[in-house]
Structures are given as C-alpha cells and as structure tokens.
Design a binder for this molecule. Structure first.
Ligand SMILES: Cc1ncc(COP(=O)(O)O)c(C=O)c1O
Length: 417
C-alpha cells in the first residue's frame, strides 16, 4: 500500500514544506501545492495500466493524496465526456471545438471532483464537521459528499444563490444559512468559526485537497485527447481553482513523460464584465487582483470578487501564453442558446462566458481558425432554471387552432432568447 505524495509546498514561499501525513490548510494564509514522487507514479500508473481501469476520476489515484491507501468517498463518479461540437465550430469559425461536460458528474457540476477528495481526506483525518461559504455548486457538492461520508456540514450562501444549489445542501442535511453579502464576506465568517474550533474550513484553496481533486479534470482531458493536448483551453474563472488545477495536471504529466508534445495549451480565463477582477489584473500586468466591488452576474459560480489564488491563476495564464477576457453580462443567455440550439447541450451561464470569450478571441485573431479549442462546461445549465420561460406563447385550448397562421408565425425559426 503506497501513497506517492511526498509533501506540501507553499505556493508563494519556495522551499517551505509541510508534512503530507498531517491534515494541512495554508502556510502564512497562502495556498499550498501537493508534491509527488512523479518518477514512482509514472512507473506504477502507466498509460496501459490507466487504460485497464474503470472510467472514473479515481483511476488517477497515484497522482492524488490518497494513493491506494485511502478509500475515496464516492458517488460512483465517471469521467466526464468530451462533446465534439462540429456544428457550433462551423458557426463560430474555429477548427475544432470540444466541450468538457462537467454537468454529467454526480453533483451536476465539476465541484464533485474537489469535494469528493476533500471530504475523503477530512474523513481520513477524523474531522466530524466541515463548512464553507459558497456561491452554490460547491456548497451543494460538499453537502452531498459529507452526507455520503457521515460528516456534518455547514454552508453559507448569498440569498440569491440558485434554488437548486440551496435545495441540494438542505436536502442532504447540511446546516444551510443565507447571507446578505458576497462569497468572500461569508468566507471570513466561516474562518472565524474554524478558528473557534466549530468546524474545519473546507473553502477552496484554504486547504490543499480540493485543488488536487479538480486536477483530475486536466488528467482526463489529456487522456481523452490521447495525450495530445488541445491548443487552447477556455475556463470560466471565479476563484480559478480548476484552471490552476488543470495547469498543474498538465505540468505533472509533462514531467512524467506522458505527453506527445512539450507544448502546453494556452489557457484563457473568461469572466463576466459584471465581475472581472482577474481580467482587470491580468490586463494591468499585475500578479494580484483588486477586489471587484458590487459584483453582478447571473453566473453565480464566477461571482467571486476576490480570489485567494489570484496570483496562481495569473501565473498560469502568463506561463501558458494565454490571457483573460471579460464578456458582456447581458449576452450570457444568447451564448447559452447558441450552444443549445446548435448542439443540444445546455451549458451553465458560467460556461456561456467561454463562448463569448471564444467569439472575441476569434474576432481579434488571438485564436486561429484552425486551432483545437476546449471549453469547460462547469455545471449543467438546468441547475439555473429558476424563473419563467422568456417569450413563451399560450395556446388557448378553448379555441380552435388556426394551423396556417400557427405555422407562419411560429415554426421554422429559432426562439428569440
Ligand atoms: C458552475 C461554476 N463554474 C465556475 C466556477 C468557478 O470555479 P473556480 O473556483 O475553479 O474558478 C464555479 C464555482 O463556484 C461554478 O460553480
């Protein structure tokens, strides 16, 4: 029985290391990197071994802190599919467009990945109550995996968080609280509770395990593309943990000699112009972002005014040769409809920002017409259907239907969204 993790390392103070056999959080209030003996991992987790394993994120267990010693808390996750979007690619004018559909994970969002691992490690270290401030999907996923593990969970969510997320948490028995502030303000209260010993703060990047769980998204992309990475990855960025995680996954695979080429994809962070701290910092040539005051976007998962790992996201964007793009908040439903009407896939509003960013980057020539692009659909769009259907007509069943005018008026053209 072996774990291949060797230690944790401060993400900002090189040389500062922490023990991987103890539960860790941060060092000097900055996130940690998990480090592995990659030579040993490569010798055991070969490509052939991987090919023989079930289609699940746990197939990469040697590259996770659990190795084969710790049994994961699992809802039988599968690898999420890559959806080839040929019609949308043709409409947008790009060589290849693929959507990594994280909506098909057990919690209907990519948050399954980080929280399955973080809850596993919390249980392993004997923690009985976990808590976080969440914009929705993470809180729901925490509650689901905590219930599965038999651990208590507490979540603070802004009042206008999508109802699906609140109900996920509530139904799984989490202590759910609505707040009148933003995710970072709730996060400060969760930290106070942690410091009083009420719970373990499982907020993203405040502990190092969620990042590692999210890394499986990058590992899957590499394997699903037969170890030939795409040219571009566009990611809807809030805290940016999954972008950092994919970048880390690709670096580790490169070091292990798994990749067909040393060229890394260019990463682009997409944000709504209603909350764009990373874009603003990136464009100003900064490494640390300034808080985006009064953030406003229906893409609740990326309504993150300050990100603890801002410098890690911006470093990854710069090192990869990519960038950051803010798109028009008012057009999110238009981009959702563009994907749905061309491909039958309902992406979340967060992922709609990726489609807007792709449009911008193709228009200004930053992405070439022959490139292979991956967009991450971080959650099922269905989770956000809270209100009424826009522009829907009523059929009066007490009257005869005039089929000629019906056909003329309604059929053959797309819905105006
Ligand atoms: C659907 C969705 N997309 C994107 C994000 C942003 O995630 P990250 O912290 O990796 O930037 C979130 C986070 O809550 C989310 O729920």
């Amino acid at each position: 029985m072996t774990r291949f993790i060797t230690h944790f390392e401060s993400a900002i103070e090189p040389g500062v290391t922490l023990d991987a056999d103890e539960i860790q959080m941060m060092h000097n209030d900055r996130p940690l990197w998990a480090r592995y003996d990659l030579k040993k991992v490569a010798a055991v987790m070969t490509k052939d071994v991987l090919a023989s394993r079930p289609s699940s994120p746990w197939r990469y267990r040697e590259l996770l802190p659990l190795g084969d010693e710790i049994t994961p808390v699992s809802l039988n996750e599968s690898m999420s599919p890559i959806i080839d979007c040929d019609r949308l690619a043709a409409v947008m004018g790009v060589g290849q467009l693929h959507i990594k559909d994280e909506g098909q994970l057990p919690t209907c969002s990519f948050k399954s990945r980080g929280l399955a691992l973080a809850v596993t490690m919390a249980r392993h270290f004997g923690i009985e109550r976990i808590a976080m401030s969440s914009n929705g999907n993470a809180g729901g996923a925490m509650a689901m995996y905590a219930a599965r593990a038999g651990i208590e969970s507490v979540v603070f969510m802004p009042k206008d968080t999508p109802i699906a997320n609140k109900m996920e948490a509530y139904t799984c028995g989490a202590k759910l609280f609505e707040t009148n502030g933003w995710i970072d303000q709730g996060g400060k209260r969760i930290r106070e509770g942690h410091d009083r010993g009420l719970w373990f703060d499982i907020s993203t990047l405040k502990e190092p395990y969620r990042l590692e769980g999210k890394k499986t998204m990058g590992l899957e992309i590499a394997e699903q593309f037969d170890w030939k990475l795409p040219d571009v990855v566009i990611y809807p960025t809030g805290g940016g943990t999954a972008l950092i995680a994919m970048w880390k996954a690709f670096q580790e695979l490169r070091e292990m000699g798994f990749l067909e080429s040393d060229t890394m994809p260019r990463f682009y962070a997409s944000q709504s112009d209603g909350c764009q701290p990373i874009v603003t910092a990136f464009n100003a040539g900064k490494r640390f972002a300034t808080r985006h005051e009064n953030p406003q976007t229906v893409a609740s998962g990326i309504r993150v005014p300050t990100a603890l790992g801002d410098f890690m996201v911006i470093d990854a964007l710069r090192e990869s040769g990519g960038g950051a793009v803010a798109v028009c908040e008012e057009k999110l439903s238009h981009w959702q409809a563009k994907v749905a009407s061309n491909e039958g896939l309902i992406v979340c509003p967060e992922a709609a920002t990726c489609v807007g960013a792709l449009e911008t980057l193709l228009e200004d020539g930053t992405i070439g017409a022959d490139e292979r692009v991956v967009i991450v659909n971080t959650a099922a769009g269905q989770k956000y259907f809270d209100g009424a259907v826009p522009n829907v007509e009523t059929i009066d069943l007490n009257e005869e239907t005039d089929w000629d005018s019906f056909e003329q008026q309604f059929l053959g053209s797309p819905n105006a969204v």
